[in-house]
Design a binder for this molecule. Sequence first.
Ligand SMILES: Nc1nc2c(c(=O)[nH]1)N[C@H]1C(S)=C(S)[C@@H](COP(=O)(O)OP(=O)(O)OC[C@H]3O[C@@H](n4cnc5c(N)ncnc54)[C@H](O)[C@@H]3O)O[C@H]1N2
Ligand code: MOO
Length: 460
Amino acid sequence: MTAPGIRDGQDAEDLDVEEVLALVKDDHHAARPAGDRGPGPVPAPGRGNPARPSGAEPRHRATPWTDARAIAGRAARSLAARRTPVSVTLGDALGLVLAAPLTALTDLPSFNTSAMDGWAVAGPGPWDVREEGVLAGHAEPAPLADGEAARIATGARIPPDTTAVLRSEHGRTDEQGRLHPTREVQHGQDIRPRGQECRSGDQLLPTGAVVTPAVLGLAAAAGYDTLAAVPRPRVEVLVLGDELLTEGRPHDGLIRDALGPMLPPWLRALGADVVALRRLGDDAKALHQALTLSSADLIVTTGGTAAGPVDHVHPTLRRLGAELLVDGVQVRPGHPMLLARLKPDQHLVGLPGNPLAAVSGLLTLAEPLLRTLAARPAPEPYTLPLREAAQGHPYDTRLIPVVLRGDHAVPLHYHGPAMLRGIAAADALAVVPPGGAPAGQEAELLDLPWAVAGIGACFT
Ligand SMILES: Nc1nc2c(c(=O)[nH]1)N[C@H]1C(S)=C(S)[C@@H](COP(=O)(O)OP(=O)(O)OC[C@H]3O[C@@H](n4cnc5c(N)ncnc54)[C@H](O)[C@@H]3O)O[C@H]1N2
Ligand code: MOO
């Protein structure tokens, strides 16, 4: 069914009966008799306490969206504190979080060094220029006598008793080979004294700092070969569904697996070490075995979260005696997503099979859990005004792909739960409250990792 009022790119299956009815009725708002007040545009209920159209069945068990994110973060909190730091080479440390303060292992600079190419000079000029110059990386040169100069390169060790460095563009040599300054020389100029940036033992960065390329550079400069870091949470991805092809075009009711290629790099961008991706079909036994044997910190399943004949996730979790921490979330798309504790130190996030619903589950449940396990800081929440109105769900939060243009978030079309066309062009997801948001209303934004950091920064 396609309800009048469903916007371009919105998927009718995304809307439940109440929502479709709300849209239909909303469309005929003008034709209502005077005094007929409802239901009309559904009023925006408060988060977590949604107003429901009269007669609507409350969605039992479904957790409000903000609560679901908080529960996912909390579920990992005590585990995060107990994770043993790992020692990783600088080459493997990008994106990890420091498990110990970065303390300087040396003074920086570790010797008095020249800030410029030119001459090290002693006393006032003119100076006799020593035959042998000083290059970076050389052993300590002999002391300068008063009235003596030595050619010196940027980064080279300053000879003892040097009083200043004269830049090459500020000196000239006469016929006798004596060096004259062409401008006044200040005592100590262009000498970087040992320890100017830090002394050995100074704290350069605290525990919890994210290892960026700049941190790698600083650590190397300060003498580190390895860093103590919080290990990446180990994640196993189990893709469920007999209808999935791994190559070629869809045919005969079979479709391409869109989640297998999408989830591992996305999980990596969220800080995970993806140890395995396995396609299990719709095989309850294989799922049970995979969950029993896995030693990952987090198992992410895709599909099979609803109540169809081959939706094996709930029955398998029941069989395993798993504790369901979140069983359905008041969010569209993705409302059947779930979070379970399989063992005290092992969780499962069940993502719905519809691909945009899976993205919603990834950002709602997997992101806070992985962030907490990886000890990454929470991104600062921020909002931007919507450039166009965003259609809301009557009583669930909706996540809508947007592009950021100037100071506005522009909602994208093709945001139905089975569609990736919108998110593939997006910079962020806008959090649209129940009832929707008119143009100009501020919406909270969830940045997509590559939109902020660039592709190279988050997928290495
Ligand atoms: N009776 C009900 N049926 C459904 C409900 C509901 O509330 N009551 N919710 C719908 C919603 S909303 C979603 S989302 C889906 C979630 O279903 P599952 O998690 O059980 O997923 P599947 O049924 O396995 O698949 C749904 C859909 O997605 C396609 N799919 C699955 N895996 C992939 C993949 N790796 N790549 C691309 N596409 C995939 C699959 O073929 C289906 O079309 O349930 C609704 N039903
Ligand atoms: O609305 Mo579902 O949750 O299609 O994803």
